[in-house]
Design a protein around this ligand. Structure first.
Ligand SMILES: NC(=O)c1ccc[n+]([C@@H]2O[C@H](COP(=O)([O-])OP(=O)(O)OC[C@H]3O[C@@H](n4cnc5c(N)ncnc54)[C@H](OP(=O)(O)O)[C@@H]3O)[C@@H](O)[C@H]2O)c1
Length: 284
């Protein structure tokens, strides 16, 4: 029995689907069953992993658990201790490739994500552990609103055209997480997961265009204007400043690319494959 926190999200949902398809017994944790829509046969547990006592019973009889940093929030150490107390033997944490950077250079912290604590909690737990240090998710481009811009025209306006990422397909992260549960291969590893290629914002827009059959291009707009727009849309100012500083500092450097995904899964999905899987989001 594996308990999955963050089970309805970007990484958790494909992880649940992959494990369920392998016949693994699962308890998927969500704060609301209304949005869960998880595969048949998966036990849905309603609770808030950020208050681990609300899901304590779900840990009974579980051999392993997925610690999702956004879902667990500030309670990562409490969650790990509770899991240990309930006889869980293995913890797999989702974390991030930048967790050793200064905290101010980790934009997601300003939105409450606790990727560093998620890794530290599993490492310090005394249980078997794996930490998945993910690079930027390819799906961030939807959260940045590129899809709406592409549906409306052939230009994506945004900051720093030449900033590079190595975007990861969410299904690859989930598949590596499934591997971490189902084999001994990754125990005690801080697995640095990236996509297979370093791509600038401009490259990524061009590739989406190639996939959907339209010539698209990225038009850089000044960081100050981007800042103003993001703050007006409700993003916290310190988050926006940290993000734009990360872009500015990274200009001219390729994004790190590791071969972990390819070694573990035998192949790593490209950004073009990700765009093909999400092509509907870019078409009217
Ligand atoms: N995006 C990137 O480029 C990137 C890169 C590396 C690492 N990361 C890290 O990966 C994590 C995000 O993963 P993801 O995209 O899979 O997450 P997600 O889809 O946003 O959230 C996963 C699930 O957690 C629950 N949840 C969301 N916000 C919550 C909150 N504020 N409090 C409690 N529960 C909440 C929701 O489940 P219910 O509503 O069902 O309870 C949600 O479905 C973050 O820690 C992020 O920093 C992201």
């Amino acid at each position: 029995m594996i308990v999955v926190t963050g089970a309805t999200g970007t990484v958790g949902r494909p992880l649940v689907e992959l494990l369920a398809a392998q016949g693994v017994r699962l308890r998927a944790v969500t704060r609301s069953t209304e949005t869960a829509a998880l595969p048949a046969g998966v036990e849905v547990v309603v609770g808030d992993p950020a208050r681990p006592d609300t899901i304590a019973e779900a840990l009974d009889g579980a051999s392993a658990a997925f610690l999702h940093p956004r879902a667990v929030g500030d309670a990562a150490f409490e969650f790990a201790k509770l899991a240990d107390g309930h006889g869980v033997r293995r913890l797999v944490a989702l974390s991030a490739i930048n967790i050793d950077d200064p905290l101010t250079a980790q934009p997601s912290r300003f939105r409450g994500d606790r990727n560093r604590e998620a890794e530290h909690a599993v490492v310090d737990s005394g249980l078997e552990w794996v930490s998945l240090r993910a690079s930027s998710f390819a799906i961030n481009v939807l959260q940045s609103g590129w899809n709406a811009q592409i549906r409306a025209g052939d230009v994506v306006r945004g900051p720093y055209a030449e900033f590079a990422e190595s975007p990861l397909h969410e299904r690859d992260i989930a598949a590596v997480a499934a591997h971490a549960f189902l084999t001994e291969d990754l125990l005690g590893e801080r697995v640095e997961l990236t996509g297979p290629e370093s791509l600038t914002h401009a490259d990524m827009v061009r590739i989406i265009g190639e996939v959907i059959g339209r010539p698209l291009h990225y038009a850089e707009i000044p960081a100050a204007m981007v800042r103003q727009g993001m703050v007006a849309r409700g993003f916290p100012e310190d988050f926006v400043d940290s993000l734009l500083t990360r872009y500015a500092d990274g200009i001219g450097q390729p994004a790190p690319v590791t071969d972990w995904v390819e070694k573990i899964l035998g192949r790593a999905r490209t950004f073009a494959e990700w765009a093909a899987d999400h092509a509907a989001a870019f078409r009217n």
